[in-house]
Design a protein around this ligand. Structure first.
Ligand SMILES: Nc1nc2c(ncn2[C@@H]2O[C@H](COP(=O)(O)OP(=O)(O)OP(=O)(O)O)[C@@H](O)[C@H]2O)c(=O)[nH]1
Ligand SMILES: [Mg+2]
Length: 465
């Protein structure tokens, strides 16, 4: 999931670096430095590490990074700067942001810092002095590799922290709109290619621009850090749609002695019936007793298919004849659940195109009769922007309450899962992650952010770092 978007994100950071280097080169404002260059996704590791174990994180900071850290602390009046520096991804980072007009005063600060700075960087110089001519040649080679990085197609593949490629500006540079123009255009195109909806791509780009313009940059790692944070914050806002989980809603209804009634809708073949089988299994394992309504009486074989899942999972199915009124089946299932004290009713419905008026009307009738607490739109993540578009249309027709995106396991773009909630302002409840009954995951915005903003896309533990 998200492979292509992740590349676009780290590419945005690389491009900004290239842009600033190019300009600084023309201004003779660049110094190459030895030190550890942070990769784009390394900030995700630090973020996670900090949450898990701040103390051990501090203990493991490499010496030269610690020096930068100390320097940042010393040159700031703000005593909280120290924790702020390491709290990547937090809005308080705005402390480092200066309006463009202040570029001159930034230069003054830079001059004041000069003695401390040369002391810090001289550490590396002393080491360099001891090195032979051969080593100098190696450095030269490394340097030319560094400068040709912008032309290296594979550079975006290389996500590891690596020595070399570090530089600082002699006079701090401030990011301006001009620096970002082409880069953000490219980012927007990249998002659209990744099936992100237009309004979501625009919102991300605007947010990143607001965040970055005015940032003061001293070192290469600042660029990576600020870009990482700007993108992460932008995406975090997009996917943060408030809403209760289905489990919370079951509990709330249970407290009233009622079942939670959930009706699943969507176009043909998105995974409604399979998802119902998975959810029946999921909630059965959590100790609830679900019942399924076979309210797709339209498609040949639909009743047999849902019957198969209900039998496999071991839950009751309420069914009528093929061609019978689906609203009546749904109604009977609700009555059954109430009479038997079952906590969850899962109503399967026929797939329908949003353009088919008759079938859309039939769906509205099921809703009127069964009075579901939740209408869930089931969308196929692989269909990208179409899924978002369909969700909007179903929302207009029937007012959906939440979304389940299926086939996320096979979706390398991830655009629909980023966009769908934002576009229709309804939460994603679950993600379908495969064809087995256990292949479903309760939606979690933090998990999704971690997928997008850590190298492996897996949870990063302290031991792995
Ligand atoms: N890889 C993958 N396949 C899935 C997932 N969910 C469903 N499928 C597959 O998608 C296909 C269609 O699933 P169904 O559950 O029949 O879809 P439906 O929405 O009920 O289809 P209709 O009733 O015809 O509208 C099946 O082959 C499922 O195995 C998922 O999360 N991942
Ligand atoms: Mg079905």
């Amino acid at each position: 999931m998200f492979e292509s978007l992740k590349k676009k994100f780290s590419r945005t950071s690389d491009k900004l670096e290239e842009e600033l280097i190019e300009e600084a080169q023309e201004e003779n404002n660049l110094e190459e430095e030895s030190g550890k260059k942070f990769s784009f996704f390394s900030f995700g590791k630090k973020d996670k590490k900090e949450e898990d174990d701040f103390e051990s994180d501090v203990a493991e900071i490499p010496q030269e990074v610690e020096s930068i850290h100390e320097e940042a602390e010393e040159t700031s009046d703000d005593k909280d700067e120290k924790s702020g520096f390491w709290s990547f991804g937090k809005k308080s980072d705005d402390d480092n942001k200066e309006p463009l007009e202040e570029e001159e005063s930034a230069e003054e600060i830079q001059e004041e810092e000069e003695p401390k700075k040369s002391h810090f960087w001289s550490r590396n110089k002393e080491e360099d002095a001891e090195e032979s001519e051969e080593a100098d040649e190696k450095t030269e080679e490394k340097k030319s590799r560094f400068w040709s990085r912008s032309n290296d197609e594979d550079s975006e593949e290389d996500e590891e922290d690596e020595p070399g490629g570090m530089f600082s500006f002699i006079t701090a540079k401030t990011i301006s709109e001009k620096h970002l123009e082409d880069i953000l255009w490219e980012l927007e195109m990249g998002l659209l290619e990744g099936d992100v909806a237009m309004e979501v791509a625009s919102a991300v780009v605007d947010s990143v621009k607001d965040d970055l313009v005015g940032r003061k940059i001293k070192r290469s790692n600042d660029i990576t850090e600020y870009t990482y944070n700007a993108l992460r914050n932008a995406v975090a806002e997009i996917i943060d749609i408030p809403g209760k989980s289905m489990t919370e809603m079951i509990e709330a209804k249970k407290a009233q002695g009622e079942p939670l009634v959930v009706m699943f809708v969507g176009i043909n073949g998105t995974g409604k019936t399979t998802t119902i089988g998975k959810l029946a299994n999921y909630y059965l394992k959590k100790g609830y007793t679900p019942v399924i309504a076979a309210a797709d009486t339209f498609r040949a074989g639909a009743i047999e298919q849902v019957n198969y899942h209900a039998d496999n999972v071991g839950v009751k199915l309420i069914k009528h004849q093929k061609g019978s009124d689906p609203a009546a089946v749904a109604f009977d299932a609700v009555e059954h659940a109430k009479a038997q004290g079952k906590e969850l009713v899962l109503i399967d419905t026929a797939g329908r195109m949003q353009t088919n008026t008759n079938l859309m009307d039939e769906m509205k009738k099921i809703k009127r009769v069964a009075k579901p607490d939740l209408v869930v739109f089931v969308g196929d993540a692989l269909t990208g922007n179409d899924a978002t578009h369909q969700a909007s249309k179903f929302n207009e027709a029937i007012d959906i309450d939440g979304v389940i995106l299926t086939k996320a396991d096979a979706d390398s773009k991830g655009g629909a899962s980023l966009s769908i909630g934002y576009v229709i302002k309804k939460p994603i409840l679950f993600l379908g992650m495969g064809q087995g009954y256990d292949d479903i995951r309760e939606y979690d915005a933090d998990w999704m952010l971690n997928q997008l903003f850590s190298e492996s896309g897996e949870e990063v533990t302290v031991d792995e770092v």
